[in-house]
Ligand binder design. Structure first.
Ligand SMILES: NC(=O)c1ccc[n+]([C@@H]2O[C@H](COP(=O)([O-])OP(=O)(O)OC[C@H]3O[C@@H](n4cnc5c(N)ncnc54)[C@H](OP(=O)(O)O)[C@@H]3O)[C@@H](O)[C@H]2O)c1
Length: 214
């Protein structure tokens, strides 16, 4: 645990640490203006990404399959909330109208392909998830005609030194004041429906097992 983050706050962030890696990747590669897309926006990683990128001053567009979650996503800092289908292009076109300065993709598959095709010249896409699919079907045109950068994000084997830097940032300059909105406490006896919701893609934010806090 870091000074500046209590145990509960650390647990709420948890796998959302990956969102911090994605945010860091976008910042390191110069994304500082224009719209930034977050896919799977109500998920554990997506929620932290929306909140963090917004805190970093980016104009966040949150893509979700849950129309009822628009208020939640705006409360985390999303400037715009769009439907998942709006970033799931099936036209077969190799390139789409340039829109995104940056992307944090937690979903993979056709949504990642769509995001890459619609990323602006020189834009950056951080790919960390495969909720929809691990496959990626596209041409090289986003890379060789628009200089789009696709960055892979892995939190599991990240060296401890880099891990410490990001956790310390999450405990200070990047500390999120919306963590309470992102998480709900659930008792061990009530955990199964929460796991079922994750498997159905219906979970929102983070669920903290209350038992672990005593
Ligand atoms: N690279 C790494 O080191 C690393 C670390 C942590 C997690 N991950 C990966 O990141 C991904 C997200 O993790 P998480 O903890 O945020 O998962 P999660 O809490 O289950 O959230 C996933 C979100 O994706 C969206 N979604 C669900 N099913 C979908 C579908 N069929 N098509 C499109 N969108 C769908 C939903 O959000 P909406 O309803 O808002 O669209 C859902 O809430 C997972 O694939 C996980 O394995 C990778």
């Amino acid at each position: 645990m870091c000074a500046g983050l209590n145990l509960r706050e650390s647990m709420v962030i948890a796998r959302g640490f990956t969102a911090a890696q994605c945010g860091d990747a976008l910042v390191q590669h110069g994304v500082d203006s224009g719209e930034v897309l977050v896919t799977g926006a109500t998920g554990g990683v997506g929620s932290i990404a929306v909140a963090l990128l917004s805190k970093l001053g980016m104009t966040v567009v949150a893509a979700t399959g849950k129309p009822s979650a628009a208020g939640y996503l705006h409360s985390l800092g999303a400037a715009t909330v769009i439907a998942r289908g709006d970033v799931d292009d099936r036209s077969g076109k190799p390139l789409l109208r340039e829109r995104w300065a940056g992307v944090v993709d937690t979903v993979g598959g056709n949504m990642l392909a769509t995001a890459l095709k619609a990323t602006r010249y020189g834009g950056v896409v951080a790919a960390c998830g495969h909720v929809a699919s691990p496959s990626l079907e596209l041409t090289v045109y986003p890379f060789i005609l628009r200089g789009v950068k696709l960055l892979g994000i892995d939190s599991v084997n990240l060296p401890i030194a880099a891990r410490r830097v990001l956790w310390e940032r999450l405990a200070s300059a990047w500390k999120l004041d919306v963590l309470a909105q992102i998480a709900r406490d659930v008792a061990l006896a009530d955990l199964n429906p929460e796991i079922d919701a994750i498997l159905r893609g219906q979970q929102q934010g983070r669920v903290v097992l209350a038992h672990t806090l005593v």
